[in-house]
Design a protein around this ligand. Structure first.
Ligand SMILES: CC(C)(COP(=O)(O)OP(=O)(O)OC[C@H]1O[C@@H](n2cnc3c(N)ncnc32)[C@H](O)[C@@H]1OP(=O)(O)O)[C@@H](O)C(=O)NCCC(=O)NCCS
Length: 211
């Protein structure tokens, strides 16, 4: 019989989602950990998001480190799932920055949209998928109803990531996003996963080999 682990065990035992997302960070799955972005992470985050390898399909391309510091100071990690806005989290491997997640709380509450960027040189190691699984476990165990992602269809690594996680393709909008930097109307593929999908997937998959 498949078994539940981690936050799902607590969820199954309590029978109800956690009332609070406040204690979501830090998340740990050694050697990886995920915590809310701090001002001291700003230089690494800004450099990663604006690096030529990463900049093409970004929704947020902070032009200065100061803008990222400001975001880190203003954000409230306890607002995830509770209030509209974006909380930026950093993914660390043995304490070293390897990427970031944008966790955007959307309406109707509690729903979330995710974005992810790995630092230059960190792709192809499964870091994004392992970080995302850690984050999805925490979000869904805490009661988030739906997690979505919006991806440019030309961004093949990002589509692969969300489909490997089990996100469902919900639609393909034509020329729906205007990218000011590249001066073009881009298509958007919408993907999403429901909390019920994640629980069912983890029930059947806990014994199965992962990627
Ligand atoms: C999107 C992005 C995060 C995906 O990174 P990624 O490293 O390909 O993603 P994953 O963590 O899922 O790694 C999967 C790859 O690692 C390989 N891998 C190696 N070791 C692995 C392991 N232990 N576990 C899982 N996969 C592993 C897989 O085979 C796979 O390679 P493939 O896609 O060539 O088949 C990255 O391309 C990126 O930062 N892009 C720029 C920013 C961006 O556009 N973000 C999206 C905006 S919506």
């Amino acid at each position: 019989m498949p078994s539940l682990t981690g936050p799902f065990l607590a969820l199954a035992e309590s029978g109800t989602p956690s009332a609070s997302l406040a204690c979501m960070f830090p998340l740990r799955a050694p050697p990886l950990s995920l915590r809310a972005m701090q001002p001291e992470d700003a230089a690494a985050v800004q450099a990663s998001r604006t690096h030529p390898d990463n900049v093409r399909y970004q929704g947020w391309r902070p032009p200065t480190v100061a803008e990222v510091v400001d975001h880190a100071r203003r954000q409230d990690p306890a607002s995830v799932g509770r209030a509209v806005g974006t909380v930026q989290a950093v993914l660390l491997e043995d304490g070293v920055f390897v990427g970031d997640f944008g966790i955007c709380t959307t309406l109707p509450l509690p729903t979330v949209e995710l974005g992810v960027t790995l630092a230059p040189g960190q792709r192809g190691r499964g870091l994004a998928i392992r970080g995302a699984r850690m984050l999805l476990d925490a979000l869904f165990a805490a009661g988030v109803h739906r997690v979505a992602a919006v991806v440019d269809p030309r961004n093949a690594p990002s589509l692969r990531l969300f489909e490997r996680l089990g996100f469902r393709r919900e639609g393909h909008a034509l020329a729906s996003y205007y990218d000011e930097v590249y001066d073009e109307w881009a298509d958007e593929v919408s993907l999403a996963m429901l909390r019920s999908d994640w629980i069912a997937k983890n029930l059947v998959d806990t014994q199965a080999p992962r990627l």
